[in-house]
Design a protein around this ligand. Structure first.
Ligand code: NAD
Ligand code: TYD
Length: 351
């Protein structure tokens, strides 16, 4: 039975990746390593608990000794590495936390894999990254796999650094690696500090919707399950040593996106049209705010046959429905209830 380590599996994207792999690959033993920070909680995977091919391990990728012990015990065949500090605004306030988890945590995993994997052809280290490493676009153009790195926030600088280390380990030590750089994800289980779930939560509670600057910044949005499908394809069919860009061909200015969300939620909450838009407040811009991200996703389509499956309006509607149906989840993540529960009930797995 192949042993696959997925890091960050209790977080937003990781929880969808774990669910897909545990359900589709019953011949794999899936280990989900997660430190259960504010962004991760096991409620995201409650339907996975008890599955025979699924094991949760609580641990910190920054803890070198722990990571080496874990690899020595389990001899993983592959790694899909998602664990990270992921929010740009937090990175502006605490860059060091991002360097520790995103750069040094990744290095610990790379070192452990390098030490264990003598016969490299049977293994794969798949590093999940972001389009933000490419920097900021003007009105024209797209990020290609060949676009030079130009990270501009502490978050994107930490992700760019980890991407470089992954490629350096392939080049220097022959580690089998693959990297994908994806655009902004949305969907169930996303912590309500990012734009879409923050606005859903605030519209629900009739609280202000903070729009940075003039709301003209542009992001390309992809439904999280489509990202998980792409990760599955790249893990199984991607060419080792390659990079794949993943995107939704779905650009929106922040203000247009938030207005669309307001309309969708007015209908679902049975409020008169225009009610939620009145909550929009323009606030001080994010320092160094990247203007536009846009992915050219031709390579993954042409080489692996992947395309986004959901139209944005459909994905947004599903997302709103999920948050409205999961009020307890929203309340618990925003008040730290899950964290307190796990601190009281969980033992760190003995490696
Ligand atoms: P998230 O913040 O929702 O989840 C991150 C997970 O990592 C959490 O479960 C957290 O507990 C865990 N974690 C954090 N520090 C850890 C540590 N030191 N040790 C072990 N676990 C730790 O993030 P996300 O949005 O799901 O992003 C997952 C990955 O995808 C990240 O690498 C991110 O850079 C990348 N990515 C995200 C997006 C996006 O739009 N969210 C887009 C492209 C790429
Ligand atoms: P975010 O969801 O934080 O993702 P990222 O910064 O990684 O793209 O933000 C998406 C866009 O929305 C970004 O341009 C910043 C903007 N934004 C706001 O205008 N208000 C907010 O409260 C947040 C969180 C983001």
């Amino acid at each position: 039975m192949k042993k696959l380590l997925i890091t960050g599996g209790a977080g937003f994207i990781g929880s969808h990746v774990v669910r897909l792999f545990v359900s589709q690959y019953t011949d794999y033993q899936i280990f989900n390593l997660d430190f259960l920070t504010y962004a991760g909680n096991l409620e995201n995977l409650k339907d996975m608990a008890g599955k025979p091919n699924y094991t949760f391990v609580k641990g910190d990728i920054y803890d070198e000794t722990f990571i080496h012990q874990l690899f020595t015990k389990h001899h993983f065949d592959g790694v899909i590495h998602l664990a990270a500090e992921s929010h740009v605004d937090r990175s502006i306030h605490d860059p060091l936390a991002f360097a520790k988890t995103n750069i040094l945590g990744t290095l610990n995993l790379l070192n452990a894999a390098k030490k264990q994997w003598k016969n490299t052809s049977d293994h794969l280290f798949y590093h999940i990254s972001t389009d933000e490493v490419y920097g900021s676009l003007g009105q024209e153009g797209f990020f290609l796999e060949t676009t030079s790195y130009d990270p501009k926030s502490p978050y994107s600088a930490s992700k760019a650094s980890s991407d470089h280390f992954v490629r350096a380990y392939a080049n220097t030590y022959g580690l089998p690696v693959v990297i994908s750089n994806c655009s902004n994800n949305y969907g169930p289980n996303q912590f309500p500090e990012k734009l879409i779930p923050l606005c859903i939560n605030n519209i629900k509670n009739s609280k202000p919707l903070p729009i940075y600057g003039k709301g003209e910044n542009i992001r390309d949005w992809l439904y999280v399950v489509d990202h998980a499908r792409a990760i599955d394809m790249i893990y199984h069919k991607g060419k080792h040593g390659e990079t794949y860009n993943i995107g939704g061909w779905n650009e929106w200015t922040n203000i247009d996106l938030v207005k669309l969300l307001c309309n969708v939620m007015d209908k679902k909450l049975d409020r008169p049209a225009g009610t939620s838009e009145k909550l929009i407040e323009y606030v001080t811009d994010r320092p160094g705010h990247d203007m536009r991200y846009a992915i050219d996703a031709h390579k993954i389509k042409n080489e692996l046959g992947w395309e986004p499956s959901l139209q944005f309006e459909e994905g947004l509607s599903k997302t709103v429905d999920w948050y409205l149906a999961n009020e307890a989840w929203l309340n618990n993540v925003t008040t730290g209830q899950y964290q307190r529960y796990y601190e009281a009930h969980y033992q760190t797995t003995d490696v």
